[in-house]
Structure formats: structure tokens, C-alpha cells
Design a protein around this ligand. Structure first.
Ligand code: TXA
Ligand code: MG
Length: 354
């Protein structure tokens, strides 16, 4: 299959391009498009056959359900049996935006969208381009992140191409995604809403609206817990080399990274590092270091995370050392992704190993 490439530059061409892309969606084809979080791989969310193609293109396990994207809040009613007050409060506050709510589904939602669950995940993105595309297609759009299953999510059209060229019908390129990590997934079918995946709407923001929030125990990553967002149990976001994550106080973790990179270089290894600007300045020039933010501006870490994880595709290394950040704000989502990307190879900086 030849993958069509659409670019959006001016407002006028945007309308034309989106019209063409929407036509493809109406025909049951796959179109990758930008949102404020990451690029999504879209298909008509009410057409089971079209949705099946998403799983195929991504190599995604069939028990991992998809998010339905809508363009207006009123489109939610047809998809869910009820909207509890706490879900409504979240919607009022954070839609459009990087918030996905999980609610009981109606029968118009195909089984394949929900991976066999009796619930459905729905989101109303803030991205104007995403919303315009959904409006023109005239149906809810099922869209997981537009990466090959297991790989870091794409925050640029180039990253989508790297994974899915030849496997999907089109990509709409509108530049880099602003937030850089996926939406926050909240299960609103429990008496107290449950955070299933940290994301663009922070835990602090959820608390502000809800007062209390349960946290899916599986987010701790401990053994024995089965995540309730099925997608959270698979290997994810992995770069193409083993990665070790350093967690704990700064600059203690920077000291450890400096030490470990030296040891690995001395052993003749090609070494990568995904670190802050501050730590990068302390590393040998032999280390292939990728700066993903500054300790002084945490939002940057989210925006650059997936590009950093993908940067070793072109320039392979044998081991990657990654620097953890504080878990407040977007830091919680960043650390959740880094832990998974490292397959839980984590070094905690303590007094002992200082
Ligand atoms: O920001 C985002 O959410 C992006 C953009 C494209 O909108 N989409 C995205 O989709 O990240 P995906 O498929 O990569 O991740 C969806 C997550 C998975 O962890 C999945 O298991 C969970 O949401 N999920 C979907 N439906 C669910 C349901 N009914 N119950 C529990 N978890 C669900
Ligand atoms: Mg994904």
C-alpha cells in the first residue's frame, strides 16, 4: 500500500486536505492525524472492519481496547449508557483536552473497539485539526497512538512514517504535538473515579475537580497486579537498546549516571544517555547524549520524551542511561512511560550507593 502524505500549512489548504483525509476515513481506511498529545491512527469507530485494520497495522493485541474520539460533547450520549456526575464534572472542566473517560458502552460501539469489555474510552481532543477531521468524517474516530505496538508513541508525522509507511492509507502532517505524552485515562464506572493512565491532565488537576481519585495499583508497576487499562500491561515505548532508569534526588542521580557511563565506556560499549541539559554538560563527549529537557522546566521533558526514545533508531547504542524527574505535574506521566520503556530496570539513588 502506498501511504499518502498530506501537509497542513495554511488555513485554506487545511480544509481541502482534511476533506480528502475524511473521505478516506468514510471509506473505512486508516488515516494518521495529529492531536495535542501524540499522533493517532484513525479509523471509523463504528465500523468493525475498519477498526480491525488498526489492530493489524499496529500489530496490536486484540484485547487492548481503543479510544473513540469525538468533536462535540453531545456525541458522547450515543456511545455510553450513563454519565455519572463525577464524569460530567471532569468533562466540564477538561474537554476539549487530553482527558479520556471510561464509561459503560451502548450497543452501537463495536465489540472490537472495546476489546471485549463492557466499557468504552472516549476523548474530545483540543487539537483543532483533529476535531475538524472528526467533524468532516461525521463519525467517532477510533484512534490509538500511531506507532507499531510496543514502540514509543509518535509526536511527529516523521515518527508515524518510520513505523507505519506502507501499512496505512494516509498521514496528515501538522508538525510536532504540543504535549508529547498521551491523554490521562480515568475510569468513571467506579464509585470514586480511578486513574488508569497518567497523562496530559495531571493528577493534581483531577484531584482539584474530584476531591478524591483512586489510583490503579498496577501503576506502581509491582508484580501481581493486572492493570485495568489493558494496554498498560504490555511492553511499551521501548527504545532499540536496553535502558536503565535512574530515580531519586538530583544531583545524586546525575552523579550515578556520570559514573555508570564512564564504566560502560571503559568496557568498550557504545553508550547513550537521555538526560537533562544540566546532566548532559557533565558527560563525556563519547556518550551519545540526548537532552530531553532542563531541570528548570519540567514540561519540556514530556514534549521531548518520545523523540528522545526514538533517537537511537538511527544511531544505535548498546545501553541507554535515563534520568528520572520529579513525579509532580506531567512528571507522573513521564516517569510512568520511562519505567515501562526501561522494562523496570531501575536504579534508585539512595545514601548507600552515593
Ligand atoms: O492521547 C491519547 O490518548 C492518544 C491520542 C491519539 O488520542 N491515544 C492513545 O491511544 O494513547 P492508545 O490506544 O495508544 O492508548 C489507549 C489506552 C490503552 O492503555 C488502553 O488499554 C486504554 O486506553 N483503554 C482504552 N479503552 C479502555 C477501556 N474501555 N477500559 C480501560 N482502558 C481502556
Ligand atoms: Mg499507545
Amino acid at each position: 500500500m502506498k501511504t499518502k502524505y498530506f501537509t497542513i500549512s495554511s488555513g485554506e489548504s487545511a480544509q481541502q486536505v482534511l476533506q480528502e483525509a475524511a473521505e478516506l476515513l468514510k471509506q473505512g481506511r486508516l488515516v494518521a492525524f495529529p492531536t495535542e498529545t501524540v499522533y493517532g491512527l484513525g479509523a471509523n469507530g463504528l465500523d468493525a472492519e475498519a477498526v480491525a485494520k488498526i489492530y493489524q497495522a499496529k500489530g496490536r493485541p486484540s484485547d487492548n481496547p481503543l479510544i473513540l474520539h469525538i468533536a462535540h460533547e453531545r456525541e458522547l450520549k450515543q456511545l455510553v449508557t450513563e454519565i455519572p456526575a463525577n464524569a460530567q464534572a471532569l468533562i466540564d472542566k477538561y474537554w476539549p483536552g487530553p482527558l479520556t473517560v471510561v464509561l459503560k458502552r451502548t450497543t452501537i460501539v463495536p465489540d472490537i473497539v472495546s476489546g471485549g469489555l463492557d466499557t468504552v474510552a472516549v476523548r474530545l481532543p483540543a487539537s483543532k485539526i483533529a476535531r475538524e477531521l472528526i467533524i468532516l468524517a461525521g463519525v467517532p474516530i477510533a484512534a490509538p497512538s500511531a506507532n507499531t505496538s510496543g514502540r514509543p508513541s509518535p509526536t511527529s508525522a516523521q515518527a508515524v512514517f518510520a513505523d507505519l509507511d506502507g501499512r496505512i492509507d494516509a498521514v496528515v502532517d501538522a508538525g510536532d504535538c504540543a504535549i508529547g505524552v498521551e491523554s490521562t485515562v480515568v475510569d468513571c464506572t467506579t464509585p470514586v473515579p480511578t486513574l488508569l493512565r497518567p497523562g496530559g491532565i495531571t493528577l493534581e488537576m483531577l484531584m482539584e475537580t474530584l476531591g478524591e481519585v483512586e489510583i490503579d495499583p498496577a501503576l506502581g508497576g509491582g508484580a501481581g497486579y493486572i492493570p485495568r487499562a489493558p494496554g498498560m500491561k504490555y511492553t511499551h515505548y521501548a527504545p532499540l537498546a536496553p535502558m536503565v532508569l535512574f530515580e531519586g534526588e538530583y544531583p545524586k542521580i546525575a552523579d550515578l549516571i556520570v559514573q555508570e557511563t564512564r564504566t560502560a565506556l571503559a568496557a568498550g560499549k557504545k553508550v547513550g544517555a537521555i538526560v537533562s541539559k544540566e546532566t548532559a554538560e557533565r558527560l563525556s563527549s563519547e556518550v551519545v547524549s540526548v537532552v530531553y529537557g532542563s531541570r528548570e522546566q519540567v514540561g519540556q521533558f514530556a514534549a521531548n520524551l518520545y523523540t528522545a526514545l526514538r533517537s537511537y533508531d538511527e544511531n544505535p547504542v548498546e545501553i541507554i542511561f535515563a534520568e528520572g524527574i520529579p513525579e509532580d505535574g506531567l512528571g507522573l506521566a513521564v516517569m510512568n512511560r520511562l519505567r515501562k520503556a526501561s522494562s523496570y530496570q531501575i536504579v534508585k539513588a539512595t545514601e548507600k550507593n552515593k
